[in-house]
Design a protein around this ligand. Structure first.
Ligand code: SAH
Length: 215
């Protein structure tokens, strides 16, 4: 895989358009400019890598729209060294944006084929992201607690194990809703364990499913 000047130019334009859509966090914009999104897509779709659109990545799943990746990442307020749990590894793109920001990323995917493909790719590219095959609804109790948790699939409800695995002062960002559209939530865990809840508009994600997928 090579990252040509043309790719870099297209990525800069994409980041300009995301800034115009309202993303203000400079570190997030820089991370999107640095991570070559076309590496995370099948070669037949390369020309679509720098459009602000979601795209199929196999196994019926999609790589999220760049604006959505930027929006969720901005809400998460990642600092270097923080432990971040991502639910829904998919292509690995979002995980690498978080890793680029200096987070220690743990990412869970339920579809075996996608998990194996993405794990092999991330290892080959030298990304320091720890990937796991499993049901993200359960989190990763062995590695808990986390400073940040990001769900990148539509959650019909807030999974309680994830709230339990969040540190006091921690933040969880998730698209909530079982229908076509989901409301983007940011929940901040207060020192007494209660949650402060913010709503950040509507988005459309593939569903967060239960159990393991074997396709
Ligand atoms: N973050 C991804 C895009 C995610 S699409 C990227 O950057 O490319 C949502 C992903 O969540 C899909 O890969 C889907 O298989 C996965 N998923 C759905 N339900 C899940 C669950 N319960 N646990 C873990 N992953 C799940």
């Amino acid at each position: 895989m090579i990252d040509t000047f043309r790719h870099k130019g297209l990525r800069k334009k994409l980041v300009d358009s995301i800034r115009e859509k309202g993303i203000t966090d400079k570190r997030v914009l820089m991370a999107l400019e640095a991570v070559p999104r076309h590496f995370f897509m099948d070669s037949s779709f390369l020309e679509f890598a720098y459009q602000d659109k979601p795209f199929p990545i196999g196994s019926g799943q999609t790589i999220s729209q760049p604006y959505t990746v930027a929006f969720q990442t901005q809400l998460l307020m990642v600092q270097p060294g923080l432990k971040v749990l991502e639910i829904g590894t998919g292509s690995g793109y979002q995980a690498c944006v978080l890793a680029h920001l200096g987070a220690k990323v743990f990412s869970v995917e339920r579809q075996r084929k996608l998990y194996l493909k993405t794990k092999a790719f991330l290892d080959e590219q030298g990304w320091k992201v720890k990937t796991f095959l499993g049901d993200g609804n359960l989190g990763l109790p062995t590695f808990a607690p986390f400073d940040r948790i990001l769900i990148t699939a539509a959650a019909p409800e807030i999974p309680q194990p994830l709230i339990d695995q969040l540190k006091p002062g921690g933040i969880i960002v998730l698209p909530l809703g079982g229908g076509d559209d989901q409301i983007m939530l940011r929940l901040i865990k207060n020192p007494d364990g209660t949650l402060t809840r913010e709503q950040h508009g509507y988005f459309r994600f593939v569903p967060l499913l239960g159990d393991l997928g074997d396709d």
